[in-house]
Write a protein that binds this ligand. Structure first.
Ligand SMILES: Cc1cc2nc3c(=O)[nH]c(=O)nc-3n(C[C@H](O)[C@H](O)[C@H](O)COP(=O)(O)OP(=O)(O)OC[C@H]3O[C@@H](n4cnc5c(N)ncnc54)[C@H](O)[C@@H]3O)c2cc1C
Length: 392
């Protein structure tokens, strides 16, 4: 039996930020990670917003930036393109990262601040007694270990096993997941200054296809399809992605050099993200943006808050409930707004998307604002107003 003030499970962006922050505040911290390398294999399109990244307090380092983009192009089924500046395009647009390097960098920073790291070790579940959570049980190559701690921070990703072992329901409904397939491709003929989102049921039922440019003709090319829309009739993510690539001239000379698949939560946040002795952060708490599926920044923000609240709890006996108040203040309203939008977007017909794109094609979002968008739609396609009423 070993002892730490705080044990963090998972060395993704949430876990490394939590460990870094808690260690900075003087707590003894252990990170447990089941993979042999942080960030690898990559299961991500690697896009992040600049402003969001700056907000996390991490110093931007060119070693983990593959490309910087000016904005996003949203391409409707009829190929009409709407351009958004990076400030208006959400949490995924600004930089395209090298996550293998980025995640390792964050873990190194956590270790540099004093956190211990246990790689190739899988958390089996929390240790509980009648007074609450007392630590975590971990399986490594040399057997099963019991590690005592005052706080466990679950940063173990979607459907968190750690939170589940503490009695929290982390299961996701199919309609609240995007099932993804992605290739890393070379020789893609694209505009490297923009991330591209192809929206419409014809490309990706209840989701979108993305091209995230990494420079030098390299790109992450992927698809997310709403879990509840996958099937023989609509198609499977990899099949739909292959069809998209076959039908688009940008890929005529392109070659696939890496494959990956993964699932993103597009749900409301967990109802409870703390209990006595446990905090839950990042994807484990369902804090990805339900519209874009982007979760890196929210994972970092919530991880940092969890690390800070846990350290204060250890030293000043403050309440762990403070964590939930803090992340809600930062993130909750945008997550709820985007969940409501997602519920509408996933069922929007290609015709509606075409008409919206037609209304907005001659504007830049930075010049418009929400009022301007509504006016533009009202003027060009007033017939859409009743359909969009609730959403607006
Ligand atoms: C296809 C795809 C594309 C995406 N594209 C983007 C994008 O472009 N931009 C964006 O912002 N977000 C994107 N995301 C989402 C983003 O990857 C996540 O939101 C982000 O990684 C969440 O960070 P996290 O630290 O919460 O979890 P994770 O990064 O998932 O880290 C969890 C860690 O916990 C470890 N772990 C799990 N269980 C255990 C256990 N029992 N014991 C020990 N360790 C464990 C895992 O190995 C992992 O290292 C994408 C996701 C997918 C699937």
């Amino acid at each position: 039996m070993r002892e730490y003030d705080i044990v963090v499970v998972g060395a993704g962006p949430a876990g490394s930020m939590a460990a870094m922050e808690a260690a900075k505040q003087g707590a003894s911290v252990l990170i447990i990670e089941k993979r042999q390398e942080a960030g690898s294999p990559v299961r991500c399109a690697e896009g992040v917003g600049k402003e969001g990244l700056l907000k996390t307090g991490i110093k931007i380092d060119n070693r983990w930036i593959a490309n910087e983009v000016k904005g996003a192009k949203l391409i409707a089924p009829n190929r009409i393109t709407v351009e958004l500046s990076s400030e208006h395009a959400g949490n995924e647009v600004g930089f395209v990262l090298e996550r293998k390097i980025f995640d390792r960098y964050l873990l190194c920073e956590a270790a540099r601040c004093g956190a211990d790291v246990m790689m190739k070790s899988s958390a089996l579940g929390v240790i509980k007694d009648e007074n609450g959570i007392k630590g975590i049980e971990v399986e490594s190559s040399d057997g099963v270990h019991r590690i005592e701690s005052k706080v466990v921070i679950a940063c173990d990703g979607r459907e968190s096993k750690v939170a589940r072992s503490a009695g929290i329901d982390t299961k996701l409904k199919l309609k609240d997941t995007e099932s993804c397939a992605e290739y890393l491709m070379v020789n893609v003929d694209y505009d490297k200054d923009f991330t591209h989102f192809y929206v419409g049921q014809c490309y990706a039922p209840g989701g979108y296809v993305w091209i995230f440019p990494k420079g030098d003709g390299i790109a992450n090319v992927g698809i997310g399809v709403l879990g509840s829309k996958i099937g023989k009739r609509t198609g499977y993510p990899k099949e739909l992605l292959d069809r998209f690539i076959k039908n688009n001239r940008e890929f005529e000379a392109a070659k696939i050099v890496e494959h990956m698949s993964g699932t993103v939560p597009v749900a409301l946040p967990l109802e409870k993200t703390y209990i006595d002795g446990l905090l839950i952060a990042g994807d484990a708490a369902h804090l990805t943006d339900p519209i874009t599926g982007g979760g890196i920044i929210n994972a970092m923000v919530s991880g940092k808050l969890a690390g800070s609240v846990a350290a204060k709890h250890v030293y000043e006996h403050t309440e762990l409930s403070e964590y939930e108040k803090l992340w809600k203040k930062e993130l909750e309203s945008a997550l709820i707004r985007d969940y409501i939008m997602k519920e509408r977007f996933v069922n929007m017909s290609d015709n509606t998307l075409n008409l919206i794109a037609d209304s907005l094609k001659d504007y830049r979002f930075s010049d418009l604002g929400m009022g301007g968008i509504i006016d533009a739609i009202k003027e060009k396609h007033p017939e859409l107003m009743s359909e969009l009423e609730g959403l607006i």
